[in-house]
Structures are given as structure tokens and as C-alpha cells.
Write a protein that binds this ligand. Structure first.
Ligand code: HEM
Length: 197
């Protein structure tokens, strides 16, 4: 392996992708099992899961260190979009307990990674919501729509910000643990979709 390859492998963004890919695969399987786009009821339950997860993630924006590393937090986060979608779908969320009350920094960045990365896969989900359920960026599927600047641009900026922070190996490990915890939380929501209120 040459020096460039080895540096690439040690980047936090590369480690996050590699070391959480098994969880990503599990999410895809859970989504498939939940048949999210089979009907509006399933889709509405999935939107509830998104809403609760986004609330968990946005709760972490309060860490001042997070704001320093990710200076464009105001363009991120989709809980408000998910809430409007729920209104379109005639669902009123009950206040689920926030799962990140005890999540510190830098683990918080791992949770935010899970949320930001999920905007990429959401491109496929958005197409399905349009095709199968007739939803759109203005009605019912706002939480899956692209950020106004475009998905890739906002994602690349996020990854760059993580890498520019130059975390030690130990701190990178903590961010990765945060990401695994974030995936785990969304997994629990997906596994219990039909019971979500
Ligand atoms: C059927 C469901 C899903 C599909 C089809 C899907 C698909 C994708 C695709 C195509 C990418 C881009 C991969 C690349 O450019 O290399 C991606 C990235 C990502 N997705 Fe998903 N995804 C799904 C569900 C989820 C869920 C539920 C989450 C989290 C809760 C999630 C989190 C992520 C993350 C964090 C990344 C970034 C990976 C990286 O570091 O490059 N995805 N997904």
C-alpha cells in the first residue's frame, strides 16, 4: 500500500464508511422487510421513525463543539420536514423520549453522520414515494427530498469537515461508536415500525 492509500484509509470519513457498512446493510434489509412503500400506512409509520430519529440527531446540534466542526448545521436536519409530512398524512406524533440525551462529543458527530449519509439513499426512497404513493417534495415526502443545494454537495462538505478536524485515532473511534449507536437506534425504530405512535 502506498502512502496516499494508507492516508485515505485512515481518514475518518473512510473509516466511518468501512466500519459501519455492516449496519448499513442491515438497515437496507430492515427497510425491505418493513415494505415501507407498499401502502400509505407503512409509509406513515416510516415517516414517524424518521421524525423521531431526526429529533434525536438534532438534539446533538446543541453541543458547541459540534457547531465548530460542522458550521453549516442550519442547512441540515429534517425533523421539521418530517413533521410537515406527518401533518400531510394526518398523523400526530406523540413525544417519544429523545434517545440522545446522554450522547456526548465527539460521539455526536457519528449520529449526525448516520443522518447526513442517509440523505444519499433517500434519493431512491424519494423516487419510490413519488412513483408508488404519489407523494412529493411539497406533500408527504419532504423528509426524503434533496437539500436545496443538492445531496452530493452538502454530503461532500460534511465529510470534508469531519476529515479536516484531524481527530486522533481514539477520537475517531468514538465518532464511529456514535455512528454505530445511531444506526442501532434507527434499527430499533425500523424493527418496531408498526408499534410506533
Ligand atoms: C433501502 C434503504 C437504503 C438504500 C437503498 C440506501 C442506499 C444508499 C446509497 C446508494 C448510498 C451511497 C453510497 C455511496 O455513494 O457510496 C448510501 C449511503 C449512506 N446511507 Fe443509505 N440507503 C438506505 C438506507 C439507509 C438508512 C436507513 C440509513 C441510516 C439510518 C442510511 C445511512 C447511510 C449512510 C450513513 C451513508 C453514507 C455512507 C458513506 O459513508 O459513504 N442508509 N445509502
Amino acid at each position: 500500500m502506498n502512502i496516499v492509500q494508507s492516508e485515505q484509509q485512515n481518514l475518518l470519513s473512510t473509516r466511518l464508511k468501512t466500519e459501519t457498512s455492516h449496519e448499513h446493510e442491515r438497515m437496507e434489509q430492515l427497510m425491505e422487510k418493513a415494505q415501507v412503500f407498499a401502502n400509505k400506512t407503512n409509509y406513515a409509520q416510516h415517516t414517524l421513525a424518521q421524525y423521531y430519529f431526526q429529533q434525536d440527531v438534532e438534539n446533538l446540534y446543541r453541543h458547541v463543539e459540534v457547531e465548530k466542526i460542522i458550521p453549516d448545521l442550519e442547512v441540515r436536519g429534517r425533523s421539521q420536514a418530517a413533521l410537515l409530512d406527518l401533518q400531510d398524512l394526518d398523523i400526530e406524533p406523540h413525544s417519544e423520549e429523545i434517545a440522545t440525551l446522554n450522547v456526548g462529543y465527539p460521539e455526536a458527530l457519528g449520529w449526525i453522520y448516520v443522518s447526513e449519509g442517509s440523505t444519499l439513499g433517500a434519493a431512491f426512497l424519494f423516487k419510490e414515494a413519488q412513483a408508488k404513493l404519489g407523494l412529493s417534495a411539497e406533500f408527504g415526502a419532504r423528509n426524503l427530498a434533496a437539500y436545496p443545494e443538492g445531496r452530493m454537495r452538502v454530503w461532500k462538505r460534511f465529510k470534508q469537515a469531519l476529515d479536516d478536524a484531524n481527530f486522533s485515532k481514539e477520537d475517531q473511534d468514538k465518532v464511529i461508536q456514535g455512528a454505530l449507536d445511531g444506526f442501532s437506534r434507527f434499527g430499533v425504530l425500523l424493527e418496531n415500525l408498526d408499534q410506533l405512535k
